[in-house]
Design a protein around this ligand. Structure first.
Ligand code: C5P
Length: 245
């Protein structure tokens, strides 16, 4: 799964319009291979945003965090395969049956289309929820936040999910419990010397890959930089130094 830095850096296209996304795609395409589209751009631009990524020969991470009854999620992930997505997210808290039917749906649709199935990535506990917020939402039943994350990751793995989105501080424990082959995608990355925006616990690109992240997601430090390509190159360089690639 792991290759060079460009196979492991995901740039989040967190912008409002297709035109802005296309501008960034054109600027970054020389060096960046994987782009993430989330609910903001997808709601504004729909499948055209996904097509803009694929038309440039790039890999697409569709981050819509599906969470619904199994039949509905199966339909959503199958439609994502039609769009040509390479990675997609769904909430592990949708339950084991939902995760399993998503896994079956992507396999089936990918087989029908003669494509590789996308990587299915589970969201465990949103990093915006702290312990007290989580207690109010779910009730932790005496478990720590970290135990909850691991328990959800293990359930996702059992249901056939390929990996999870995890904050920098969770990378190592997810790998320890779920095995090295279980993918970890890590946001909350801030380049050395940069500000943190609203991210609370951050790591540098080098630290995150050294910690074991298979992929890192970077948004604002690249898309809001005065020179986005230069910012991406600096991050790729730092990743390369950390992994020797
Ligand atoms: O701009 P920034 O680098 O903080 O963007 C990080 C990206 O990762 C955003 O698209 C954000 O939605 C996503 N993300 C996150 N924290 C999570 C899950 C996803 O920052 N726990």
């Amino acid at each position: 799964m792991r290759h060079g830095p460009a196979d492991r850096l995901i740039v989040a296209l967190d912008v409002d319009t297709l035109a802005e996304a296309e501008r960034l795609l054109d600027i970054l395409s020389p060096d960046v291979e994987i782009f993430k589209i989330g609910s903001r751009l997808f709601t504004a631009s729909g499948p055209a945003a996904a097509e803009a990524v694929k038309a440039r020969g790039k890999r697409l991470f569709l981050d819509l965090k599906f969470h619904d009854i199994p039949n509905t999620v199966a339909g959503g992930v199958a439609a994502s395969v039609e769009l040509g997505v390479d990675m997609l997210t769904l909430h592990t808290t949708g339950g084991e049956a939902m995760l399993r039917s998503a896994q079956i749906a992507v396999e089936e649709r990918a087989r029908q289309l003669g494509r590789q199935p996308p990587l299915l990535l589970g969201v465990t506990v949103l990093t915006s929820l702290d312990g007290p917020a989580l207690e109010r939402v779910w009730g932790l039943k005496g478990r720590s936040l970290e135990e909850e994350v691991i328990s959800l990751a293990l359930m996702a793995k059992k249901a056939g999910v390929d990996g999870v989105v995890a904050s920098p501080r969770e990378i190592r424990s997810v790998k320890d419990h779920c095995g090295d082959g279980f993918a970890v995608v890590t946001p909350g990355i801030r380049p050395t010397g940069g500000g943190s925006d609203d991210q609370v616990r951050t790591m540098t690109p080098g630290e995150a890959v050294a910690e074991g992240a298979d992929f890192i997601v970077v948004g604002r430090p690249i898309v809001r930089a005065s020179d986005p390509l230069e910012a991406a190159r600096a991050i790729l360089g730092e990743m390369g130094e950390a992994i020797g690639g």
